[in-house]
Write a protein that binds this ligand. Structure first.
Ligand code: FAD
Ligand code: NAI
Length: 469
């Protein structure tokens, strides 16, 4: 039964994986819920222009590369005259997006969540204005997510398709001859891989001396080696100083990060992928006295309450990794906390996956972070070259690395680079959530022959006793 003082018990602002999940969970808990979303479809960045369309293109381009690149032929599957119908591939991506965003709309109806269509901004701690209407709620959850960080002096025009951000790179009307990617992070490598597989020459310009900041050092190095082997050109420790568009092409001026001679790269497409920033513009935070931190994020306590008692925040707009599953788990937790239950997210165990080929995944501490935190560690590594299934599939790139605390043997982190890393990391996350030791993983029976046996062997390697190396 709704509190009669307000229109709703809970109003969620933003219907991305954080917001829509919070709205559904709050409704499941018997609360009267509305969710404001300014986009024309539900699902946020993730379903509309993020996780889902990028994975559709990664899958489609992978099929194309398999048919084209020799691995099928190696197994006797002859695929002469393979051609690309890009429109069909893009169409299939759009169908997946439509099905999934429509699915969230169905779930809203099923759970009686009211969708308020329009941009929401605060009037006071219990009231927002959406599309000219004033709506009140006992509790309000900010789940406004994030958007692309612009590169000063570089103008993105997704319609024109010469200088694009991730949204533009999901819908290019033709395969570029040369794509220059600014930023060797997750988006640059995933979308760079898509267009390389479809035939583009891809150059990645990264400011730091390795790709994928935040991931384990050895994994970053191995990733660099493998992307280079696939034909990507990597310009590490390099900064972009200017992008000049002339008709259908652009000149990208780069120079060493520490300064030095400039070089000009000619490109048909430039993808700017240097990070994302929290969405708080036009939200009216001033009206409720909430300030953002130096990184533009809204700070909360461990139960996702802001400094204003009736206002909560989750997902990309608060500190922590900008990942859909982190936002979803926070969505469930915040709804449970609002309903008077105990909603917790263990931020020490949030897996992250880069969906390239091979996939790159990790959970917990990197070796560098574990040492920096003062842990004495033992590390076990197992190469996919020695895993029977990977060898059989001719899929031997990469390794599994288990990092355990030396004295207690408790697992602090697991890092995997191999074709199925994104799936394999789930068992590591579950083990860590249960406080597992490397011995617990080593003595868990793993099905043979699977890539997952490499996780068991890497755990055995922590004690120096893997069987197959
Ligand atoms: P969002 O999904 O950004 O949703 C926020 C919603 O709020 C938006 O729809 C916005 O329109 C709406 N909104 C904002 N302000 C207002 C307002 N004032 N009023 C009304 N509505 C408002 N993460 C993964 O875990 N796995 C992946 O594979 C992955 N791939 C990605 C690929 C790309 C290309 C990109 C860009 C991101 C990817 N991400 C991935 C990140 C993931 O999309 C985000 O972490 C996730 O969407 C964050 O969820 P959220 O609910 O916090 O915010
Ligand atoms: P990112 O933070 O992953 O990578 C940005 C990269 O750009 C960094 O390596 C950084 O050093 C580099 N950089 C920054 N400024 C630069 C400059 N001026 N010149 C050259 N390099 C520069 O950000 P990205 O790739 O834009 O992704 C944004 C977010 O989206 C990430 O935080 C990620 O969590 C999320 N995401 C997650 C995916 C997944 O889970 N598979 C897929 C795609 C995005």
């Amino acid at each position: 039964m709704a509190d009669q003082t307000f229109d709703y018990d809970v109003l969620v602002i933003g219907a991305g994986p954080g917001g829509y999940v919070a709205a559904i969970r709050a409704a499941q808990l018997g609360l009267k819920v509305a969710c404001a979303e300014s986009r024309e479809t539900l699902g946020g960045t993730c379903l509309n222009v993020g996780c889902i369309p990028s994975k559709a293109l990664l899958h489609g381009s992978e099929l194309f590369e398999e048919a084209h690149g020799g691995i099928l032929a190696k197994f006797g599957v002859k695929t002469d005259n393979v051609t690309l119908d890009l429109d069909t591939m893009l169409g299939e991506k759009s169908t997946a997006v439509k099905e999934l965003t429509g699915g969230v709309e169905y779930l809203f109806k099923k759970n009686k969540v009211t969708w308020l269509k329009g941009h929401a901004s605060f009037k006071d701690a219990h009231t927002v204005e959406v599309a000219g209407e004033t709506v009140s709620a006992k509790d309000i959850v900010i789940a406004t997510g994030s958007s692309v960080t612009p590169l000063p002096g570089v103008e993105v025009d997704n319609d024109k398709g010469v200088v694009v951000d991730s949204t533009g790179a999901l819908s290019l009307s033709k395969v570029p001859g040369h794509m220059v990617v600014i930023g060797g992070g997750v988006i640059g490598l995933e979308l760079g891989s898509v267009w390389r597989r479809l035939g583009a020459k891809v150059t990645v310009v990264e400011y730091l001396d390795q790709l994928l900041p935040g991931m384990d050092g050895e994994v970053r190095k191995e990733a660099g080696k493998l992307f280079k082997k696939q034909g990507m050109e990597l310009k590490l420790s390099t900064k972009v100083t200017g992008v000049d568009v002339n008709g259908d092409t652009a000149k990208v001026t780069v120079e060493p990060a520490v300064g030095g001679d400039a070089e000009v790269l000619e490109a048909d497409c430039v993808l700017v992928a240097i990070g994302r920033k929290p969405n708080t513009d036009g939200l009216g935070l001033d009206a409720v006295g909430i300030e953002t931190n130096k990184r533009g994020q809204i700070e909360t306590d461990s139960i996702f309450n802001t400094k204003v008692e009736s206002i909560w925040a989750i997902g990309d707009v608060i500190p922590g990794p900008m990942l859909a599953h982190k936002a979803e788990d926070e969505g469930i937790a915040v709804a449970e906390n609002i309903a008077g239950q105990t909603g917790i997210v263990n931020h020490a165990v949030i897996p992250s996956v880069v969906y390239t080929m091979p996939e790159i995944a990790g959970v917990g501490l990197t070796e560098e972070a574990a040492k920096e935190a003062g842990h004495t560690i033992k590390v076990g590594k197992f190469p996919m070259m020695a895993n029977s299934r990977a060898k059989t599939n001719r899929d031997t790139d990469g390794f599994v690395k288990v990092i355990a605390e030396a004295e207690s043997d408790r697992v602090l982190g697991v890092w995997i680079i191999t074709s199925l890393a994104g799936t394999m990391i789930a068992q590591a996350a579950q083990a860590m959530e249960f406080g597992a030791t490397s011995e617990d993983i080593a003595y868990t029976c793993h099905a043979h022959p699977t890539h997952s046996e490499a996780v068991k062997e890497a755990a055995m390697a922590v004690q120096g006793k893997p069987i197959h190396i």
